[in-house]
Design a protein around this ligand. Structure first.
Ligand SMILES: Nc1ncnc2c1ncn2[C@@H]1O[C@H](COP(=O)(O)OP(=O)(O)O)[C@@H](O)[C@H]1O
Ligand SMILES: O=P(O)(O)O[C@H]1O[C@H](CO)[C@@H](O[C@H]2O[C@H](CO)[C@@H](O)[C@H](O)[C@H]2O)[C@H](O)[C@H]1O
Length: 445
């Protein structure tokens, strides 16, 4: 009965990955009472013969559900209201207590990071932009991300942040605790809690403010002269990025991949391109130009130093505190298998991701607008200026980009743009034109 009610509800949730396909069956794999009125559930959802698992915090209240929770209602059974308790600050405090006390409940292990103390009096709010995960912000102290779709294994975010924090790395949000369980016999991260950067701004919002300022300035004003010039910030972000890469190299293994593996990498890029073209036909006219870039990478690149990297680096993953840039979300590209997200890669992949993001910021206000053609040169100027500043900062901070790396960097950029075209076609179809602009011929950096 509960399984049927959950099956009717789960398909409508923002974080549910199988939207648009009928749910054939939902079963409850695990059901643990954390405290009276709060249960932790792992459910298996079957669609088209494949299974995905999700976690839920199930709240139960008798007789009455406060108004503030009606949007989280799952179902009413007799006099009992069943609801998504991630939204119930009267109950979510229990997660803080569980982590602070290192509690274990029927295989659910709640842990705090050694040397930290968790203030269990903080009350939570669900962060507005609930996407593939649900983040609970506790007061202005912590942000706890509940991973909704469960993938067996330690989440790369937990793995990387705790390793960097152990080395006192400056550009990360401090870790406080996590929740884990065994899934298919593997330690699996269910939630991860970090310091909440209460007085910081998102890099994407800051960059857009700068772009808007330029577009509102008289046409003769150059990006460098506009009041909201962002290049200083881009350069500082480059310096911070180089430092994070150094710290990742120190905390995890590093290797050098040689010619035959570069070929394998090019094959992976080509396979992804093939799949992307099949899904988004607008890519077809660009295939031969992209393949040419992949071919050049194979010809010119002999050895590539590889290490752990961020993996999905863009302006929405960095925050500017009053003093510096902080890097968030070391989870890699959502949707890729865990092994791929943890694989060693060239740090230039992250550099390419951020370069793409400057292009996005410059063009996103123009997507579908009648004034797009007129503003295009200004968009290009803003993007070039900030891309250069970021690269200057990266090298100033000790990051290495030598002459031979140009072909590799270009290949990473285009491969990321291919990924973005698919991402936008699936999630934000009106934005597809933004990554498609990356395939237009342009001056090389
Ligand atoms: N430590 C933090 N402090 C303040 N805000 C944060 C923090 N971590 C994440 N956020 C906010 O939450 C948003 C989404 O975070 P992110 O880790 O990228 O989650 P997701 O993987 O669901 O996209 C960020 O863009 C940022 O605005
Ligand atoms: O932040 P996530 O890990 O969920 O990353 C995914 O979503 C991103 C969108 O929020 C997407 O990033 C793309 O859009 C950004 C602007 O919203 C832009 O700055 C990035 O350059 C662009 O790639 C990301 O690719 C996707 O994995």
């Amino acid at each position: 009965m509960l399984a049927e009610l959950l099956a009717a509800w789960i398909g409508r949730q923002r974080w549910f990955g199988g939207k648009g396909r009928p749910i054939d069956e939902l079963s409850i794999d695990s059901d643990v009472e954390l405290t009276p009125g709060l249960r932790h559930l792992i459910v298996a959802v079957w669609q088209d013969g494949s299974r995905d698992r999700y976690q839920l915090l199930l709240g139960e209240r008798s007789h009455q559900l406060p108004d503030r929770l009606t949007h989280a209602l799952i179902a009413t059974v007799d006099d009992t209201y069943l609801y998504d308790a991630a939204h119930d600050s009267d109950r979510t405090g229990w997660l803080l207590e569980g982590m602070a006390r290192d509690e274990t409940r029927s295989g659910l292990r709640m842990r705090h990071v050694a040397g930290t103390e968790i203030d269990t009096t903080q009350r939570s709010l669900v962060l507005g932009a609930e996407q593939s995960n649900t983040s609970l912000v506790y007061g202005d102290a912590y942000i706890c991300k509940l991973f909704r779709r469960l993938i067996p294994g330690v989440n790369p975010e937990l793995e990387i942040i705790t390793a960097l924090a152990a080395g006192n790395a400056p550009h990360i949000a401090q870790p406080y605790g996590w929740i884990e369980t065994d899934l298919d016999g593997t330690d699996t991260t269910l939630a991860f809690m970090q310091e909440f950067l209460s007085n910081a701004n998102d890099g994407w919002d800051l960059a857009l403010t700068s772009v808007r300022d330029l577009y509102a300035s008289p046409p003769e004003i150059k990006a460098a002269e506009a009041g909201g010039d962002f290049a200083g910030e881009s350069e500082r972000l480059g310096i911070a990025t180089a430092q994070v890469h150094r710290e990742l190299a120190a905390a995890f293994p590093i290797e050098v991949i040689e010619t035959h593996e570069v070929k394998r990498m090019a094959e992976t890029f080509r396979r992804r391109l093939g799949r992307a073209v099949a899904e988004v036909p607008e890519l077809r006219p660009h295939v031969s130009a992209v393949e040419h870039v992949y071919h050049e990478m194979e010809l010119l690149t002999t050895e590539v130093p590889v290490q752990r990297v961020h993996g999905d680096y863009h302006l929405g993953q960095v925050m500017r505190t009053p003093t510096d840039w902080v890097v968030l979300d070391f989870e890699g590209e959502p949707g890729q298998p865990l092994a791929e997200r943890r694989a060693l890669s060239s740090p230039l992949r992250d550099v390419a991701g951020m370069l793409r993001s400057f292009d996005y910021a410059a063009r996103h206000l123009l997507a579908g607008r009648p004034e797009a053609d007129e503003l295009e040169p200004r968009a290009q100027e803003w993007a070039d200026r900030n891309r250069h500043a970021f690269l200057d900062g990266y090298m100033e901070g000790g990051g290495v980009i030598n002459r031979a790396d140009a072909a590799l960097l270009r290949a990473f950029e285009l491969s990321k743009a291919v990924y973005e075209v698919v991402y936008e076609a699936r999630n934000r179809p009106t934005w597809v034109s933004i990554p498609l602009a990356a395939f237009r011929p342009r001056a090389q950096l």
